[in-house]
Ligand binder design. Structure first.
Ligand SMILES: [Zn+2]
Length: 290
């Protein structure tokens, strides 16, 4: 079989470890070349782990997040590329403050699109993953990540567009991540109840946005990857400033997750090869694959 290549496009360092990470680890294990492209440096990420809220961390965020990302990439076994744009931060308040000057979400679309086209034409992925039009989470960089990825998937194949950014390459398929599913959370919460425990998801389930719930209906592709959940958790923990190891993310026993929800979910958004849905492999329909 000829070499297969997968590219996962993400907004910030740590997104790759919380969205589709076990899927990437599985494909690496199967001999697929996997590259994560991170669009911003995550410079405006808050320190979400009290144990890392230290004077020596403040003011060094950009550098620390590069170190954390390198560790996570090594754990997942993926190649990694920074696109080099500046984190927009998550605006908070009412009314929302304006986005900071020079940030990623304010870039004219063609600037990051050309930068991503260049990486696509160089790496030549068969499959690209990104976020849906809601970003999976309403961060301006995630919405922008969606727009840039879709534009670059199309433009990379078009010899009339960005002629200075390399030889055209038509990736075969484009997917959106859909890992944040109400049904998954409910199944795990029910297992806590069955075991006489309170479970960490009650608040989430109560306040679930019905709009987000719709994403379950969009899933076309379930990737079996339970064997790699431990690796996913370790990669996430490598982002030490962003992840509190005591957070609810890590309270569900691994055995429950592997037994009750052994997959990660994706939506096939665009394809240049014939497909038959649902699927259990991102590379179905691509030459060299069954
Ligand atoms: Zn993010």
């Amino acid at each position: 079989m000829s070499e297969l290549r997968l590219m996962a496009v993400h907004a910030h360092p740590d997104d790759e470890s919380s969205k589709g990470a076990a899927t990437m680890a599985r494909y690496v294990d199967e001999g697929v070349r996997v590259m994560v492209v991170t669009l911003t440096g995550g410079e405006r990420g808050d320190i979400l782990n009290p144990a890392m809220d230290l004077p020596e961390v403040h003011g060094r965020m950009a550098e620390i997040r590069r170190e954390e990302m390198a560790k996570a990439a090594a754990i997942l076994g993926v190649e990694h590329h920074w696109l080099g744009f500046i984190d927009s931060g998550l605006p908070e308040g009412d009314p929302l403050p304006p986005l900071p000057e020079g940030c990623f979400a304010l870039e004219p679309l063609e600037v990051p699109t050309e930068a991503l086209v260049r990486v696509i034409r160089d790496f030549k992925p068969h499959v690209i993953t990104t976020y849906d039009e809601n970003g999976g989470y309403p961060h301006p960089d995630h919405i922008m990540c969606h727009k840039v990825s879709v534009a670059a998937y199309e433009a990379a194949a078009d010899h009339l567009l960005y002629p200075d950014a390399g030889t055209p390459w038509a990736a075969h398929k484009l997917y959106y991540n859909h890992g944040f599913l109400r049904q998954r959370m409910q199944v795990l919460q029910d297992e806590f109840a069955k075991n006489g425990q309170e479970g960490p998801f009650a608040k989430w389930l109560e306040s679930w946005d019905p709009e987000i719930d719709l994403s379950a209906n969009r899933v076309t592709t379930r990737i079996e990857c339970a064997k790699y959940f431990q690796q996913r958790d370790e990669a996430l923990l490598a982002h030490a400033t962003q992840i509190d190891p005591k957070s609810f993310f890590f309270t569900t026993p691994m055995e429950w997750q592997q037994r009750l929800w052994p997959t990660e979910e994706f939506e096939l958004a665009r394809s240049r090869v014939p497909v038959s849905l649902p699927e259990t492999d991102l590379f179905t329909g691509i030459e060299g694959r069954n």
